[in-house]
Each structure stands twice: as C-alpha cells, then as structure tokens.
Design a protein around this ligand. Structure first.
Ligand code: HEC
Length: 117
C-alpha cells in the first residue's frame, strides 16, 4: 500500500514520469488495480457530468477527443496515465489528480457503456 502511494506521490513524481516512463510499473500496477474494481456506471454518470462539459456526450470530436466509444480498459489506462503524468495535458492532469481508483473505474464503466451517436 505504501509503495503504491509513494509511487504516485506529488507533482514532482508526475513530471519525472512525463519524461518518458511509458509502461512504468506504477502505472501498470494502478491500471491493474482499477481494472480489478467493478465500476458502478451510475456513480460514473454522476461524476461524468463534469466531463461532458468538454467531451461531447454524443462521442463527436470537436477538437477534444471523445470519451464515448472506447473500451473500458482504454479509458482506465488513459485516466491513470494522465494522473501519473505519463500523458501530459494540463486540464486532464488536474482533473485526474482528484480521482480515486473507485472513481476512475466508475467513469470508465459509464463511458464505455455509452454508444456514440
Ligand atoms: C476542461 C475540459 C475537460 C474536462 C472537464 C475533461 N476533459 Fe478529458 N480531455 C480534455 C482534453 C483537451 C483532452 C485531450 C488532451 C490531450 O491532448 O492529451 C482530454 C482527453 C481525455 C481522454 C483521452 C482521450 C483519448 O482519445 O485518448 C480521456 C479518456 C478523458 N479526457 C476523459 C475525461 C473524463 C473521464 C473527464 C471527467 C472526469 C474529463 N475527461 C474531463 C478536456 C477535458
């Protein structure tokens, strides 16, 4: 438990990871942990209200890539990679910094279950 917390600790850790730690053990561990949780789509819908102010619910891309129409494991990986700074985007880095594993699982379950229009 401590190891997981330390691995993701603080902005400095994220910045270093952004320098090119693709496939980092910390990310793989967290992705596996989140995929082991069965996400609650209803909770994901509740949390996802914020996401669709930018990402279109229809799955259309308007300069911002869609979150609808992806597999659950793709979404989990993307969110964890933003959270750990392996993917670098200010907005998504900030948004994912507030998400726990339960939240990421719920969001992925919800958005993966929606069909793009
Ligand atoms: C303020 C606008 C904004 C909000 C709110 C927002 N996003 Fe994003 N999101 C973006 C942008 C911009 C990108 C593209 C970033 C990049 O180029 O890496 C992105 C990228 C993503 C991606 C990667 C898509 C891909 O094709 O790989 C996922 C997944 C994602 N967001 C999920 C979410 C979820 C889930 C939420 C809500 C918890 C959320 N976003 C909230 C703007 C936003």
């Amino acid at each position: 438990m401590t190891a997981v917390l330390l691995a993701g600790a603080g902005p400095a850790a994220g910045q270093q990871a952004a320098a090119g730690a693709e496939g980092s053990p910390a990310a793989e561990d967290r992705i596996a942990a989140v995929l082991g949780i069965s996400g609650d789509p209803a909770y994901g819908e509740y949390l996802g209200g914020e996401c669709v102010t930018c990402h279109q619910q229809s799955g259309a891309s308007s300069g911002i890539p869609p979150v609808v129409g992806h597999e659950e494991d793709y979404l989990v990986r993307a969110l964890v990679e933003y959270q750990l700074g392996l993917r670098s985007n200010q907005v998504m880095n900030m948004i994912t910094s507030r998400l726990g594993e339960e939240e990421i699982a719920a969001l992925a379950a919800y958005f993966a279950g929606l069909d793009p229009d």
